[in-house]
Ligand binder design. Structure first.
Ligand code: 1GP
Length: 227
């Protein structure tokens, strides 16, 4: 299995959305480095388990659970990603939810499987932006969060999240300049090869989510575009 710092591309599957076995096979066999199971609304344990079992049935692609709701936590994934929303106005989304979960599951936690992600959510219309009561930072704010992710919190991942809309490649490029050890993840609005290539110029890993459900053919092409 490739190490996480060698990854370039991830598909993010939403357990609240329907996907056929055929389409799921195409995603898992696309050559992507990993699939994340994660979403904001209506994430249930049943939905998570359904996707996990269907992925595991015939595929070896690394499988990650991005934890948004403790209720939907289950063993069986290769990795667990835990978001800390750096631009939330509430400490709850940066610290308290994670603290509560760690307190409860500390004896079961396998540290090598767990990655904390410093999220910076930059699309005001994204569900995650509203849900986490975030504010819209300017470019200097974002760069300062990136600096903090690496030098203050030593997080393995800084995630520039534009979920639902295509972001600003210039900003992603400036953010990358702040980071040496922390990996830069970019997600949001990638629908085709051109966009995938453009963001991958700067980000270490691009994440493709929604276009799986709206235009799978072009979503699949984003894998080759960055490899
Ligand atoms: C969402 O960053 C991911 O968390 C991907 O965004 O759904 O807009 O592709 P999209």
């Amino acid at each position: 299995m490739k190490k996480i710092n060698e990854w370039k591309h991830i598909f993010k599957l939403d357990p609240a959305k329907e996907i056929s076995d055929e389409d799921l096979d195409l995603i898992c066999e696309s050559g992507t480095d990993a699939v994340i199971v994660g979403g904001t609304d209506n994430v249930t344990l049943d939905g998570v388990l359904d996707l996990l079992s269907r992925i595991r049935r015939s595929h070896t692609v690394p499988c990650i659970l991005e934890i948004s709701d403790e209720e939907a936590l289950t063993p069986g994934f290769d990795f667990y990603f835990i978001p800390l929303v750096l631009n939330s106005k509430e400490k709850k989304y940066m610290m308290d939810l994670q603290h509560k979960a760690i307190k409860e599951y500390i004896d079961m936690m396998e540290y090598s499987e767990i990655f904390f992600e410093g999220y910076c959510i930059l699309n005001e219309d994204a569900k995650a932006f509203k849900h986490s009561n975030s504010y819209l930072p300017d470019a200097n704010d974002v760069k300062a969060y990136a600096y903090m992710a690496e030098h203050v919190f030593h997080l393995p991942i800084f995630y520039v999240e534009y979920s639902g809309t295509y972001g600003d490649p210039q900003l992603v490029s400036e953010v990358k300049e702040e980071l040496d050890n922390t990996l830069l993840f970019y997600g949001g609005g990638i629908e085709n090869s051109v966009q995938a290539k453009e963001m991958k110029e700067h980000a270490d890993v691009i994440i493709v989510g929604n276009s799986i459900y709206t235009d799978l053919k072009n979503a699949l092409k984003t894998v080759k575009a960055v490899n």
